[in-house]
Every structure is written in structure tokens, then in C-alpha cells.
Write a protein that binds this ligand. Sequence first.
Ligand SMILES: Cc1cc2nc3c(=O)[nH]c(=O)nc-3n(C[C@H](O)[C@H](O)[C@H](O)COP(=O)(O)OP(=O)(O)OC[C@H]3O[C@@H](n4cnc5c(N)ncnc54)[C@H](O)[C@@H]3O)c2cc1C
Length: 603
Amino acid sequence: MSTETTNKDILRGGQFLVKETKCEDIFTLEDLSEEQKMMRESTKEFVDRELWAHWERFEKKDYAFTEETMRKAGELGLLSVAVPESYGGMGMGFVSTMLVCDYISGASGSFSTAFGAHTGIGTMPITLYGTEDQKNKYVPRLASGEWFGAYCLTEPGAGSDANSGKTKAVLTEDGKYYNITGQKMWISNAGFCNVFIVFARIEDDKNITGFIVENDPSNGISMGEEEKKLGIHSSSTRQVFFNDTKVPVENMLSTRGNGFKIAMNALNVGRIKLAAACLEAQRRVITEATKYANERVQFKTPIINFGAIKAKIANMATNCYADESASYRAAKNIEDRIAIREAEGNSHQEAELKGVEEYAIECSILKVAVSEDVQSTTDEGIQIFGGMGFSADTPMESAWRDARIARIYEGTNEINRMLAVGMLVKKAMKGHVDLLGPAMKVADELMGIPSFDVPDYSELFSEEKDILARLKKVFLMVAGSAVQKFGPELENHQQLMLSASDILIEIYMAESAILRTEKNAKRFGEDHQATQIAMSKLYLYTAVDIVIQKGKEAIVSFAEGDEQRMMLMGLKRFTKYTNQPNVVALRTQIADKVAADNGYTFD
Ligand SMILES: Cc1cc2nc3c(=O)[nH]c(=O)nc-3n(C[C@H](O)[C@H](O)[C@H](O)COP(=O)(O)OP(=O)(O)OC[C@H]3O[C@@H](n4cnc5c(N)ncnc54)[C@H](O)[C@@H]3O)c2cc1C
């Protein structure tokens, strides 16, 4: 572990809400090592050469092309970045694996889904939970791309309620095999994979169990036709049927009944990597939209000169910048936590599991925020292209369709929103994050007389950071009194949970953008970071609006009388700007820079 890691105060997952993070303590894309930068460049080159140049083939449901390109990725080592060296991988850190997921996503959702399903949920359960024999047998082949993996959790009757699957695993009389029977659906990579991670129930166990199952049609495995999908046209998605499929007992993953835990932990990793996989997709859409807007002339002027288009470009760039900032901040937290656990004597396997689990809240936040931003960015991308955006001959149309799935898989955004708040409340109950103390302080503050002093906001981001600290109070005020009122029943008040979650998400995303820019302004100068400063301010401005809306919705719905009045006054106080930013000027400044660079250049 580096001294840098040990010396830093690494916050636990969810603690960002109650402890101050210094800008020096967050990792940013500008902190990439030379090796990581080289890896980014080679991933980009791969995308330009093998994917972007052929994006139309992905739209024509050329599944074989996806498989062929996955093999090429394997030859270049891109499938093995997260795999430990002892199993044929590169054994690189969490940030590097995020980088590859990020930059490989630029051309086609079909490819990034195939890549994510294979390297993430198709391989990780074995590297994280497999025995030595299982890892030696399967992981090197998966890492090289000789074999491909798929993950079979979902069933016709078990989607979000993943632990309710009906697939059965029955031990044979000789005790050597499990016979697996059941139907799985929506299985990515099913059409070309060699290994399935299958979740099935043994007898009437409360929880499902994980198995490694080799794809052998002579062993009772058959497939449905390729699903006809809205997007990700060349990602193979099929139903998989298991009919008395014989699986050696030594292929059980971890222990009996531990499958739900495996499935959820695989999804934690999957969620943050899915967020990464929505980043380069956004950057390329912004760049293509900007190029188009610079060239397209209407009313005798390039459309980029219209305020309506500038506003779109500025919002798209701003969201992408915040998404990058938050994704890499969390990725490095995970990497550091893994290093700490390894230094404490945990195996890499245990350390990685616990490291990611620690930041499950942040993983859910990122999954929701970034998947929704890639959706709005591709939508505005189409709008900037006008009629041409609606044409299948431009990449905007497929980007828009491909983006849609990100809100559904790896746990729907509704489920992830509720998970984020639910996990935070659980952590507070366990004493891992002290929410109660700060929430009580906020309650006291609400009863007190507000200060009428005008603070000194002359330093960069001093007002913004003050506002951020107050937005955290809004969350504590809303969530704190909701927990007090409903206790464990809170999870049944979903609309309240969703409002609280939106507040939480906005706080994390806005704070990440501001801290990244503050760190960079300190080392590169404020002039150098002028656009990033504008983006951070614009992001916060929008975040404050969302917090006001969601906070109000929650307060008027569950609080009454004096309590309601007091909380509404608190909301007003906590979301107050002393110096309102000029939003139009910010957007114009951002859009002008993106237009001058002819694309997104902040990564
Ligand atoms: C293209 C594609 C690829 C996929 N790849 C894989 C794969 O490789 N492996 C795999 O195992 N699965 C895969 N999936 C399945 C995916 O993970 C599920 O579709 C997803 O988890 C949602 O489950 P569902 O479709 O059954 O929807 P449902 O669970 O039926 O949800 C329907 C709606 O109800 C909401 N909802 C459900 N429960 C609740 C609740 N408790 N509270 C509030 N709202 C709720 C959901 O948010 C959603 O809006 C894939 C799906 C698609 C479309």
C-alpha cells in the first residue's frame, strides 16, 4: 500500500454525507498515472479501429461480429485487466479496470454490454468467490477471451426480486452432481458463451446457490431465439433452459445458500462499472453533437450560435463532467479500501469483496445518476441533429436506443434509488455511519435563531461548499425525521425513499464535481479551470433546485402542522444562495469552450 493511501483519511462508504472531504483526498481523472494514460489511449484506439469504424454492423444484429471483436479485445489483454496475475490477468487496480470499462463504451452499447457481462458478472463471481481449482480452471480462459462468460440470475418470475427464482438444483443420489432445472431469461452473451454463472435453489433453502455451469448443449442446455430489443442490437440476449443439467458438486460457487450474496456483490461491482460504461458514450455523443452544431447552418448561422443549442451542449458537458468526477472518486475509494484490507492481511479476494461492498451506496448512486445522464445526453444529441438525429444513418439514433437499457439492468434505477437510502439507514443503525448525531444537530439548529451574518464568500467555491454542507442538512432533516416517524417501516414509504435518494444523489454528484475542480484549480490555476469552475457551479445550481423540489415533496407529504412549517423554513434556509449565479452566462461560457474545442475535452 502506498504511503499516500495510508496517510489519507479515507471515508467509509456513505460517510461523505456527514464528514467533510478535502479536495486533496479525492482522486480525479487528472491524477491518472502514465501507465493508466497509456491504457486509456490504447482502449480508445481499439474503439476507433474496431468499433467506431463499424458501428453500423452492430446495428444490423451481427452477433458474430460482437463475438469476433470480443476475441480481439481478449488478444489485446482488455478482458484481463481486473483479473489477478496469478490467473493470467494483468492484476491492475480498480481505477484501471474502470478506465477500460469507461473508454470501451464509446461506440456501441452492444459491445459494452458484451464486455461488461463477460468481464464483470460473467467472470467476477469466480475470481471473487471461486476455489483455487475453480479459478485455475476457468479464470485464465475467461481472461484471455478463449472462453466467454454469462450470468444467469433473472427468470420469468424473478427479476428485481432476484432471490425468488424457481430454478432447482437437486443433488444426485451418488452425491457427485447437482441436476439443475429451470428457465433463465434476458441472459447477455448467452449466444456465444462457454460458461454460465447460474443461480438455483437447493431444496427449500431460503437463499439461492451459485454454480459454474459449462455450456454444453448435450447436457440439457438449450436456448431461446435472440430477443428482439429496442437497442443494443448485437448484444446476444437469450433465454436459457436447463433441463436436468448435470453439474459436478465441485462447481458450486462458495457455499450452499450464499448465491444471493454472490449475486448482489457481483452487482455492486457491476453497478459502478456500468456507470463507467456510460461515460465515454456521453463524451462521444457530446463531441458528435458539437461537431454537427458547428457545421450545420440555419438562418445563415451555424446552429451552435443559438442560445437554445448552447444550453443543451452546456448541460450535456456539465452532467458528463460531474459523472466522471464522481465515478473516479468512488473507484479510487474502492481501490484504497482494497489496499487497506490487503495490508491488514486479507487475501486479495476478500479485500476486493469487502472493498466494493463498503461503497455499495456510492455504486448505486452512480448507477442511477450516470445511466440517467447518458439517456438525457443522447436524447439532446438527437435534438441537436434535428431530423438527421431521427435517422438510423447517424449514430445518435442508435446511441439513444442503446442508452435506454442502462436504467433497467444491474438492478433497475427504482431499486437502486431505494437501495442507496436503505443501505445508508442500515449503516447508521449498525453504527458504521453516524447519521443520528448530525441529524439531531440539524433538528436543534431548526429550533434556533438563524444567523444573519453575511459570510465571506470571496474564496473559490466557498459559497458552493457552504451550500453543499447545507444540502446535507436537508437530507439529514428529511431522512432523519422520516426514520424517526416510520422506523423500519420506512422502506414501505417508497415515494419518500425516492425523494430522499434524489437528494442524496445530487449531493454526491455535485460535491464530486466541485472537489475535483477545486483540486485542479489549486494545482493548475483558476484560469486553467475556468470552464470546469463554471460547470461545477452550474451543476450545483441544478442540484439545489432538485433538492428544493424533492425536499418539499417529502416534507409536505409526511410532516404536518408546526413540524411541516419548521421543516419548510429549514429547507428554504438550507438551500439559500447569497449570490445567485448567472446561469445563462455559465452555460454560454461552457458551450463556447466546447464549441471552440469541437467536442468534450475535459477528461
Ligand atoms: C437487454 C437485457 C440484458 C440483461 N442481461 C441480463 C443478464 O445477463 N443476466 C441476468 O441475470 N439478467 C439480465 N437482465 C435482466 C435484468 O437484470 C432485469 O430485467 C432487471 O433486473 C429487472 O427485472 P424485470 O425485467 O423482471 O423487471 P421487474 O422486476 O418486473 O420490474 C418492473 C418494474 O417494477 C419496478 N419494481 C420491481 N420491484 C419493485 C419494488 N420492490 N419496488 C419498486 N419498484 C419495483 C421496477 O423498477 C421496474 O420499473 C437483462 C435485461 C435486459 C433487458
